[in-house]
Design a protein around this ligand. Structure first.
Ligand code: FAD
Length: 350
């Protein structure tokens, strides 16, 4: 394909996106919407590989960033604001703004959670106030807090909608050598697979997640609580599914463990005893793409500006998908980086 000589390097036409997970597909959809000729490479573009398939889809700009890289807090806040517009283009992807309730079971759990509530400027609630908001919460719960601004969406529905929109752009191929990819610009958005392609320090952080199913309506809010020192979240979907997560382990294996499943179920049932009657439908293991500072890597890989990296989103890749798509599309199409990207450049690990 010939390039318009007046367009220059700042207007690439053919963009290859390596990785068809939630980040790669969001970027490809944004580029395609803005007129680029996009191809997405993924070994199984209709499959379930990728952290998105396991992720709960909590959109928690405050909770998840509490004690992190300060620039990440800002990116999460800006990214969170893009969600209404992002989902408007996708249809029903389970976007729910009921908010998140954080019950704490014991006095020790309350003492521990109180630090987080203070950090997030949330008003503590008594146990009975928590149950007024969510009657299925155990009478043993001592206190809690309500975060109106912490929402959820279903990553499986998001990926399905993006795949449908990009159906003729998806190619079933595992990329092992970027120099063999024929495109003006290559966006590497391969999650944990990005390390092998770029040499960047992205490591898999294992998470075990359960899915339960029962009559819809047991829970209305996302529950993000603590029971006897065990942290658990419960994300209720409209169809009666409840996602229970998650362990966080510095491991790369795909094995669900008795201990992991036990801890999640025990904390879940301590907080919401009625879950005992639910069907256990899935036990899944995924890997968060973690970086040394837990913040994503976003920007040109090298000075030749042919390869752009968009990976390492760790625990926040669902929340950050819309902002990543927008910033990376700007970078690919204009050649210049928004200043917010400075703190996330690949060069910080070189
Ligand atoms: C247990 C768990 C719970 C989570 N909960 C949340 C949450 O509540 N909220 C939130 O915001 N985030 C959450 N996350 C994080 C989120 O899932 C990830 O940050 C996000 O999925 C990263 O997106 P990605 O597209 O970069 O990677 P992935 O979703 O992992 O997708 C990577 C894709 O790249 C493909 N690929 C890999 N290597 C190659 C290659 N060489 N060539 C071609 N394709 C390749 C893979 O097949 C895959 O399709 C959670 C993650 C886990 C594991």
């Amino acid at each position: 394909m010939t390039r318009d000589p007046l367009a220059g390097p700042s207007a690439p036409r053919r963009v290859a996106v390596v990785g068809g997970g939630i980040i790669g597909l969001s970027i490809a959809a944004e580029l395609s919407r803005r007129g680029a000729d996009v191809t997405v490479y993924d070994p199984a573009p209709g499959g379930t590989d990728g952290a998105w398939h396991v992720a709960a889809g909590m959109l928690a700009p405050g909770g998840e960033s509490a004690f992190e890289y300060p620039h990440l807090t800002r990116l999460l806040e800006v990214g969170y604001e893009l969600w209404p517009e992002f989902v408007a283009a996708l249809g029903d992807v389970g976007y729910d703004r009921t908010g998140t309730l954080s019950p704490a079971l014991t006095a020790d759990d309350v003492a521990e959670a109180a630090r987080e509530w203070k950090h997030q400027k949330l008003k503590p609630l008594t146990g009975s106030q928590v149950r007024d908001l969510e009657p299925a919460i155990s009478p043993r719960v001592r206190a809690g807090a309500y975060a109106a601004a912490e929402h959820q969406a279903d990553p499986r529905k998001i990926v399905a909608a993006l795949r449908a929109a990009l159906a003729d752009r998806l190619v079933a191929e595992h990329v092992s050598d970027l120099s063999r990819v024929d495109a003006d610009v290559i966006v590497v958005a391969a999650g944990c697979g990005t390390a092998a392609l770029t040499g960047l320090p992205i490591r898999p952080v294992k998470g075990q997640v359960l899915r339960l199913r029962g009559e819809p309506g047991l829970l209305r809010h996302v529950i993000d609580g603590t029971a006897d020192g065990r942290h658990v979240y419960l994300v209720p979907r409209a169809d009666g599914e409840i996602v229970v997560g998650a362990t966080q382990e510095e491991r790369a294996d795909r094995m669900p463990t008795a201990g992991g499943v036990h801890d999640l179920l025990r904390a879940a049932l301590d907080l919401v005893p009625g879950l005992a009657e639910h069907e256990l439908t899935e036990v899944t293991v995924g890997h968060r793409p973690g970086t040394p500072d837990n913040a994503p890597i976003l920007g040109f890989l090298d000075d030749d500006r042919r390869v752009v990296v968009a990976a390492g989103h760790f625990r926040n890749g669902v929340l950050l998908a819309p902002i990543t798509a927008r910033l990376i599309a700007d970078l690919v199409l204009t050649g210049s980086a928004d200043p917010i990207l400075d703190a996330f450049a690949p060069g910080r690990f070189r």
